[in-house]
Design a protein around this ligand. Sequence first.
Ligand code: ASP
Length: 444
Amino acid sequence: MNVEQRKIVSKFGGSSLADAGRISQVRGIVEANPDRRFVVVSAPGKRGSGDIKMTDLLVDIVQPKEQQRFENPLRQFDSRWKSIGEGLHQEDVVASLLDEVHAGIGRGREEHWVVSRGEWMTARLLAAYSGRRFVDASDIIRIDETGKIDPESYQLAEDVLGDEEQGFVIPGYYGQDSKGEVAVFSRGGSDITGAIIARGVNAFVYENWTDVDGIRFTDPKRVPNARFVDQITYAEVRELGNGGSEVLHPDAILPVKRAGISINLRNTFNPEHHGTMIVNNRSSGEDEQIMGIAAKEGFVSIQVSRDGMNEEEGIVGRLLAPFHRHGIAFEHIPTGKDSVSVLVHESNLTNGHRATILEELGDSLEPDHLEVVSDLGLITLVGQSIRENHGRVNQTLYTALDRAGIRTNSSISRVDGNSVVVGVIDRDVTPAVRVLYERFSKLE
Ligand code: ASP
């Protein structure tokens, strides 16, 4: 493999950089592999529960006094940085960086400049501390007026970072808008910076270092110690919903996915663990495996029935019209021969919407029967080849639930893309997830 193919972009999240000890650990990780040439950093995050992220302190500084959440945010910012400087024997570097931040605030620099100073200071400090070159994100990252990636950034990343052999440190989260002012992505946006750079330099892999070993097979609140997944596809991560987006900013996926670059989620506090690899296609042999289970309670099914109803033209349109009118998002529309239902999450049915919707459906569809069933849960099994193998997966799944005495609701269950969705009553959700985890999560 030539040098070109081994470029690694390594992005470190806030908890990985929260104090001097952790920053020194990050330097160790970066130095352990010479291919880790492009390091992207967040601002120092929480050192533990109850702590405050540096970015939150900065957000407070730009708020009017009466809306500030913390006492003396600038003083807290300074004292945390000073202790980081002392811990790393970089007192002078930190002091001069703080001077620049204070001067900018004093001159009334724009809000985005202020809130991005955590990333800027971290990158400047880590560059000094690890003997790498600092490159300002404003020279690479372009952000459009909606706060999203301006594609010009990819070329800039290639131009600015592409050819050189040395190591770089680049601050995450911010860049420049079309007027040349500093602009930030939404919160958690350093992931996006890393993805842009990975695509721009055509990285071999985009490492994203946080404080967990990767993506879990299912929510550990339902299955304590649920195992981590070694390899998962981008499509599967998306279908797992929370599973993926909790670890990564959703806008960080597309740039690398399109370029065929894998993301390796890693744990700064357990660097020996290989983490989870997110890839475009899972290697064969694992084709049939289920890669994760997502679940959610609190769905409501509104079912309308009348003989011959589904032969009428435009019936689904009429059924959905009241939902559109009131801006209510729905999950799924299971249809039967003489009935159609709409599955909605109860959080979308507030403010007396339920009664209004039922009344409007009654008027427009004149059903024989209108039934509302609440407290339904949905469990989603995700796996890249489910569509081809759904017969077998369904059989295993229903047999397992049946043996455990868990009844499923066939009218809301379905196969959908890379997933099988099963409906059960709310209180059976966690027991069902446990049964399915036992059945599907074991490595062969
Ligand atoms: N520091 C920013 C935040 O706290 C951006 C990031 O960490 O990615 O949201």
